[in-house]
Design a protein around this ligand. Structure first.
Ligand code: SF4
Ligand code: ZN
Length: 322
């Protein structure tokens, strides 16, 4: 079978959403071009500094590798956080990523919850259990990760923070927020990032139109080996996401291209949804947490992260009476 693009080399990959058979080189080029197109739309090509939030997994490798193929690597800086989860050691994965980043000419900053929050994730979870709190590890993990990534973006003066979320992640999140009827969260999705606080560095997802199976193949073809070690707290993840994922795979199977259609249609309506939402609720600058000074949701005095630490007995402040 000959590649449908170059018509020279042997085809190795079938791309169901385009119906094409591609050789390795044309497949890699296709991904790079699609990421470039997205990056151009978001405005990444004119950025002076972009912080890449990298986990060490395949998507972070694909993020760095594709961006470095059309953006000067000196404008990219990678940032990795060790959460401090026993038995979920991704040290080798990060070492492998460091080597690849080094070859691409991208610096890597390493951080940890212990260093920047004062506690490992395990310690936070343990303390919250002792206090009888019913808070999942993922709630601590997601909240502090977002905060640290934003802090890092500010510190290096980044115009954007880029994460490795792929098409599957993005569509799952859109559908979940639709199901929950959570418009406040839903309007954060869409092509253009939304800035609700001057303290937020704009967050972008250049891989948001690349299927997960494509990032897997890309990483594999580029020699990036990875073992996705499962986080021991994975069972604490919301089950709705797993169900939505299953459903979307089924639809994609019946009708290849479904996920791309969903995101492209969503992007078209997102702008209008935002406009309607903004005019109806007047989105103002988010209030600041009275403890840490970081942005928090409308109507809150202290942020969720500080509240969690206080409730877990890890931060000694009085909670405002609500
Ligand atoms: Fe963090 Fe939850 Fe993911 Fe584990 S499964 S890394 S606790 S968000
Ligand atoms: Zn706070």
């Amino acid at each position: 079978m000959i590649c449908d693009v170059c018509k020279i080399r042997e085809a190795e990959v079938f791309q169901p959403h385009t119906g094409r058979k591609l050789c390795r080189q044309c497949f890699i080029e296709d991904i790079k071009q699609r990421v470039k197109k997205e990056a151009e739309k978001i405005g990444l090509l004119n950025a002076n500094k972009i912080l890449l939030a990298v986990s060490g997994g395949k998507d972070s490798f694909v993020l760095a590798d594709t961006l470095a193929s059309f953006i000067d690597p000196s404008k990219l800086i990678a940032y990795n956080i060790t959460e401090g989860i026993h038995g979920y050691n991704r040290k080798e994965q990060v070492e492998q990523l460091r080597k690849f980043l080094n070859d691409l000419g991208i610096e890597l900053i390493e951080d940890s919850f212990k260093q920047s929050v004062g506690y490992t994730l395990d310690e936070m979870v343990e303390a919250s259990k002792l206090r009888g709190l019913n808070v999942s590890a993922c709630t601590f993990c997601g909240g502090f990760r977002r905060k640290l990534i934003n802090d890092a973006g500010r510190k290096v003066n980044a115009d954007y923070v880029a994460t490795g979320h792929n098409l599957d992640d993005e569509v799952q999140a859109i559908i979940i927020n639709l199901i929950r009827g959570d418009l406040t969260r839903l309007i954060r999705f869409g092509e253009k990032p939304l800035k609700l606080s001057s303290k937020f560095v704009l967050r972008v997802k250049p891989l948001r139109k690349i299927y997960e199976w494509e990032t897997t193949m890309y990483a594999y073809y580029k020699g990036y080996t990875f073992q996705e070690v499962e986080c021991p707290y994975i069972t604490a993840r919301p089950t709705l996401r797993a169900k939505v994922r299953e459903l979307l795979y089924m639809l994609e199977d019946i009708r290849p291209g479904t996920l791309l259609n969903i995101i492209e249609e969503f992007d078209k309506i997102a702008e209008n949804v935002r406009k309607g939402y903004i005019s109806s609720t007047e989105l103002k600058e988010l209030p600041r947490c009275k403890i840490c000074g970081e942005p928090t949701s409308y109507g809150r005095e202290i942020c969720k992260n500080c509240e969690l630490l206080i409730k877990a007995g890890l931060l000694h402040q009085n909670l405002p009476i609500s």
